[in-house]
Design a protein around this ligand. Structure first.
Ligand code: SAM
Length: 351
């Protein structure tokens, strides 16, 4: 019953019952998160977390960044409640969370990823109604470069997925024996770099598009001083050779697309492996019902609305079917999902 149709007496009686039976918390949370997003967005716009590495009053902060002192103080209050700032007396400073993820000096800084996510919300999701009406709206990348995108993928991996993947792979006997690994669509190269570090006899090859390797990967390999065992292969894996003689092929978030394309690349991977070699895939899937997980559903809707008209995310069963069709035997699956990334590792063998 709508409010307009109820008498005041009914409202007084009904509300507690409704609140008990159907909580409105989920709706409230969505609205609040949207508001929190805009506060964080403004804080990032003014490099607030760089400035609040030292305790500073809201008044002083407003003077430095050229904002209204009263609103700046209220914003700092909200950021404290969000867990991003701490308040000592009348001074504000970064919380541990902000120092870990929001300042440039931290190795886990999420600066590029946040720029990408802010652009996804402000440039794309704000046009969702338009996409919904017309079936699709092509929104070109703006606000961040190809280099920043690849760095954003590195930052995303460093949120914990890289660590969980390496931990899972360390348990595999195949990895201990492996001498040659391909990181297909390896982008930033951190998976290859860390795996080569963890397995001292391993040579890892990062295959990606030439501009990605030149703009980011080469720099990463130099930064971590792994040039003797991490090698680069500039290529488009849909059109060019991917090499051969691999003991392991690893592909993380690089094989989304149409099933005929997936099958073609899986066959290429199969042919590039030694007999008995393994393919390790790390991707997101929809559940068989195609109704969860929400994180993957949102991403699928985003891609289908603004990037690839008609895009569908695979279910795990669809992916496994393609693997079998390409000649693989699936041996193991590991759930390495996290609140922000519902990823599953699939380990398949070429017999
Ligand atoms: C989402 S990123 C994932 C990067 C990294 N593997 C990770 O998990 O963090 C996808 C990567 O696949 C690469 N890629 C996509 N299609 C490709 C193709 N046809 N040939 C080579 N690389 C490709 C992209 O350039 C990008 O670096």
């Amino acid at each position: 019953m709508g409010v307009g149709e109820a008498s005041a007496t009914q409202l007084a009686k009904d509300i507690p019952e409704i609140a008990e039976r159907v909580s409105c918390d989920a709706v409230c949370r969505v609205i609040q998160h949207a508001e929190e997003f805009y506060v964080l967005d403004a804080a990032l716009e003014f490099d607030l977390f760089e400035r609040l590495k030292q305790p500073t009053s809201a008044h002083e902060l407003a003077k430095i960044i050229g904002t209204d002192p009263k609103l700046t103080e209220k914003m700092c209050g909200v950021l404290v409640a969000m867990g991003l700032l701490r308040k000592r007396g009348h001074l504000y400073e970064n919380s541990g969370l902000a120092n870990a993820y929001l300042v440039e000096a931290s190795p886990y800084c999420q600066k590029n990823l946040l720029r990408l996510e802010r652009s996804m919300i402000k440039d794309r999701w704000t046009r969702f109604l338009e996409a919904l009406r017309h079936g699709f709206v092509k929104v070109e990348r703006n606000g961040y470069s190809a280099r920043e995108f690849t760095l954003a993928m590195a930052e995303s991996a460093l949120r914990g997925e890289l660590q969980r993947t390496v931990e899972a792979l360390q348990q595999l006997e195949d990895m201990k024996r492996a001498r040659k690994l391909l990181d297909l669509g390896g982008g930033h190269g951190l998976y290859a770099i860390v795996l080569a570090k963890v397995f001292p006899d391993l040579h890892a090859y990062v295959l990606d598009l030439p501009h990605v390797l030149e703009q980011v990967t080469r720099e990463m390999v130099c930064r971590y001083e792994m040039g003797d065992r991490v090698h680069l292969i500039p290529a488009d894996f849909t059109k060019e050779e991917i090499g051969s003689g691999y003991d392991v092929v690893f592909a993380s978030h690089s094989l989304y697309g149409k099933s005929d394309q997936l099958l073609a690349i899986l066959k290429k991977i199969h042919a590039s492996l030694n007999n008995g070699g393994i393919f390790v895939s790390n991707h997101w899937y929809l559940d068989e019902s195609r109704e969860s997980p929400l994180r993957a559903l949102l991403w699928e809707l985003h891609l289908a609305s603004f990037y690839f008209k008609g895009f569908d995310l695979f279910t795990l069963r669809e992916f496994l079917w393609c693997l079998n069709k390409a000649g693989f035997v699936v041996e193991d699956m590991r759930d390495i999902s996290h609140i922000d990334s519902p990823s599953k590792l699939v380990i398949a063998r070429r017999l």
